[in-house]
Design a protein around this ligand. Sequence first.
Ligand code: EPZ
Length: 421
Amino acid sequence: MEKILVEKSPALKGKVRVSGAKNAALPILAACLLGTEDIYLEEVPNLKDVTIMCDVLESLGCKVERLGEGKLIINSASLNSYKTPFELMSKMRASFLVMGPLLARLGNTETSLPGGCSIGSRPIDYHLKGFRALGAEIEEDFGNIHASADKLVGSRIYLDFPSVGATENIMTAAVLAEGETIIDNAAMEPEIVDLSNFLRKLGANVSGAGTSTIRIKGVEKLKGARHSIIPDRIEAGTFMVAAAITGGDILVENVITNHMKPIMAKLVETGCQVIEEGENVRVIAAENPKAIDIKTLPYPGFPTDMQAQFMAYMTQCKGTNVAIETVFENRFMHVEELQKMGADIKIDGRSAIITGGKPLSGAKVKASDLRAGAALILAGLVSSGKTIISDIYHIDRGYEHIEDKFRGLGANITRIEVDED
Ligand code: EPZ
């Protein structure tokens, strides 16, 4: 059983390059199903989730040529199935993102209902509401879901919550539909904009991405394209927090600073220096970081995917810190693990109160999701003794060679093989 061993580390210093964004790569890979010509992708991160999405595309009959170093050529001319295999769907719920493109291309899509995960039930009602609005019939039985339509017709769709996945699935379902589709209260995340930019390169008519109203005018056919995935703002944020929590000085390279505003602002509030240098950001830690409050919100608010990492940092920010999680109903699974390390955290509904400034000590802990895993690494860097993290498959889903990147900054971190008992 692979685990990650983290020991107290010196202040992390040096530079680290951010990989392509997992949450942009996954919907863009799914959208490759829409065309019949070669699509050339660059900066695709080397992650378990990306591997699974490529396996899904191949299981549907597509050709995926892995050129290495983040380069892929995908051709969906030979698409011959609309059924996503259960075993792949069960490995990664984001496989659900192929439903929109399959509905658009084949008028049919069938998959097992994506399970929930530790952070929440993760329902898909907004996705299905969008498909129905475009004219699809939805049948659900025995945990399977089948959407079909002789023809998709553009419609106006209001999302009760600016769901990232639902926005993406409706965008991709609408690009070949007849007429115009308008998505109101659409998600505005940078990954939505990257998907829109990719679709426009394929010849789709999409406008408004990055605002709460996205308009898609259906076109007859799509062509091939070349696209480079945007950098991962969450990986970038994770390494910026690593500088802050260890009292370090790190240059994070390959960053779109406009995507990082809430993260940068909160680090400055604790007393860090955050210096923008073109496509890089330098973070110099505060001597005595000050307590702060964070509240997760849909973009451009503070990202829920950075809540766990910041909570690890808040354990070192002297005073009373508050973290409020408004996006997922159960995204405090890392609290219990941080408490095992000596963190003083109390949960009150959607709020966590962190009394910062107390020293942490290493412990055996468990990653409950990929961001919680990253938070435990961050806490381990400043804990006395050894921190052994299990269930690290979560971490590998979202971070490319995470321990190599941390070790390159001076961290005492290594992957170890531990037999169960
Ligand atoms: C995407 O998940 C990301 N995953 C998540 O990143 C991220 O945390 C999340 O957006 C929010 O930013 C990918 O992009 C692959 P949502 P998604 O639909 O699309 C509720 C990570 O760490 N909801 O915006 O599933 C839902 O339950 C992962 O990389 C419905 O109720 O998120 C949640 O409470 C974790 N019905 C809220 O909306 C629906 O039909 C936000 O979910 C859809 C969502």
